[in-house]
Ligand binder design. Structure first.
Ligand SMILES: [Zn+2]
Length: 290
């Protein structure tokens, strides 16, 4: 008992010395290496340590690498072994040719997580002023109505106020759509038949969204869908009135609404641009769904 306690004191001193040399990372790794309480460092730095401890120290060295493969582990294994190369070569070691065993290992500063790059949605496009006439060659609201276009939100809704309008100012850009305010979970449907271009999630902007290329050549963009409500996927054909998603407030939204865009020349395409959806929405309000 007395001997054991003495040995423990000795080992602790050795451990402290090693810790002072190798720094807090060494202490941490020692703890990892020595679940039984005998710091492995004693094996190489103290002659009075039991021989089996030395073996244990040698045997546990590789496991240091196994505890995650961090560079801390590599540095430690070398400093403990007093310059003896660790049993297995680590690919990182080639980058440290001038390693000094006694040098205090500098904890490597982990790279800061980079801010998530914004998904490539809104590439700024030329936007005609709100209320401008439908561009030549573009299906007019009346035309789409005659083709059976439907309002995209089923049930109660409103168009909000000025800030919900197409062309309203936003930080760094302008509002390229018309907001249709409604309750969370109300059905969003395709006003016109077409093909889904894409569906995706944009955390800082559109949230869950879908884009559709319609049979009329217009592209529609539906944003802020309720999470898990998207009922379509890319390349899927949809008919007028078919469910797209449900009204939600995902992404950059302060309340449930459908952010609806109408594009001419291709959604987000080179040469494509958004036009004011309100004349279309108002025309569709009085037919079918809305
Ligand atoms: Zn909006």
């Amino acid at each position: 008992m007395r001997h054991a306690s003495k040995a423990a004191t000795h080992v602790t001193a050795a451990a402290l010395l090693a810790a002072a040399i190798a720094g807090p990372w060494a202490t941490m790794a020692q703890a990892l290496d020595s679940p039984g309480g005998t710091p492995a460092v004693a094996a190489s730095s103290s002659a009075s340590a039991p021989a089996d401890a030395a073996q244990a120290g040698g045997a546990t060295a590789p496991s240091t690498h196994g505890t995650g493969g961090t560079e801390y582990g590599i540095v430690l294994a070398r400093s403990r072994a007093s310059g003896v190369a660790p049993p297995h070569k680590h690919s990182h070691s080639s980058r440290r040719p001038s390693f000094k065993p006694k040098a205090k290992p500098k904890p490597k500063v982990l790279p800061k997580p980079k801010p998530k790059p914004k998904p490539s949605k809104p590439a700024p496009a030329p936007v005609p002023p709100a209320g401008s006439a439908t561009p030549p060659g573009v299906p007019t609201p009346a035309q789409t109505v005659s083709e059976g276009a439907l309002f995209p939100v089923i049930g109660e809704h409103s168009f909000g106020n000025a800030e919900n309008r197409f062309g309203a100012g936003r930080v760094g850009h302008i509002h390229e759509g018309q907001d249709v305010l409604a309750s969370e979970g109300q059905e969003v449907v395709a006003p016109l038949a077409g093909t889904i271009i894409t569906t995706a999630y944009q955390a800082g902007g559109a949230g869950w969204y879908a884009a559709e290329h319609t049979v009329d050549g217009l592209d529609f963009f539906y944003a802020h869908c309720q999470a898990g409500s998207l009922a379509v996927s890319a390349e899927q054909t949809v008919s007028a009135g078919q469910a797209i998603c449900k009204v939600g407030q995902t992404g950059d939204a302060t309340g449930p609404h459908l952010h609806f865009e109408v594009w001419v020349g291709g959604w987000q395409a080179a040469g494509g641009y958004a036009i004011d959806p309100l004349p279309y929405l108002e025309a569709w309000e009085h037919v079918g769904g809305g």
